[in-house]
Design a protein around this ligand. Sequence first.
Ligand code: GTP
Ligand code: MG
Length: 225
Amino acid sequence: MSGSGSGDEAAGTPQLPERSEYLFKVLVIGELGVGKTSIIKRYVHQLFSQHYRATIGVDFALKVISWDSRTMVRLQLWDIAGQERFGNMTRVYYKEAVGAFVVFDVTRGSTFEAVMKWKQDLDSKVYLPNGNPIPTILLANKCDQAKETHYQSPSQMDTFCKENGFVGWFETSAKDNINIDEASRSLVENILANCKTFPTEKHDDDHVQLGHTNLAPAESKSQCC
Ligand code: GTP
Ligand code: MG
């Protein structure tokens, strides 16, 4: 009887599981000074500084995550300056992003009010192949500090997210390292789910190409498009 396995299997060598690697472009946006750079620094370098130096234009960081025994995820984090909303560059920066964090500062109500402007700017400039918005998570940062009196309750935040197309929200602190890993995990889960929904993608100027990678060909192992 002939078998269907490979020669290796016949010789008793177990087959290695297939490995997948993804590169995802993720945006971090929100008003000036809400803590975008601090969140990224904490997440990628395990560092925090009280010292504020405004980001000019855009900064980048790479976080490599061993998602599971067979999956490697590289997050290319685009740290966009809070002042950029008033510039014309966001369309260029948002291009080909597959996920985003919108950050506000729980001690400054005005930064929460600006969240919708950032979300609308995002949704008008980048979207999934089916026209849906890219998965976006709202981060209520600086939760180590006293919240402003009018801060929303958790159930109000849930409703706000549902009504405004956020896939979730987290209270975070870059200072005390609260919920940053969790928020990222949640975003990646959503991005990976989209990869399964859109396994092979067409690509035009404003539609995203999931898992699109700019790695050198030898390293290019993205599996979802
Ligand atoms: P722009 O680049 O100007 O858009 O600002 P940003 O959003 O990148 O803010 P940044 O990370 O530079 O942080 C601004 C200030 O807030 C800095 O002084 C940080 O130390 C402080 N900060 C950031 N995150 C936290 C936090 O979780 N808790 C506290 N207490 N302070 C924070
Ligand atoms: Mg910054």
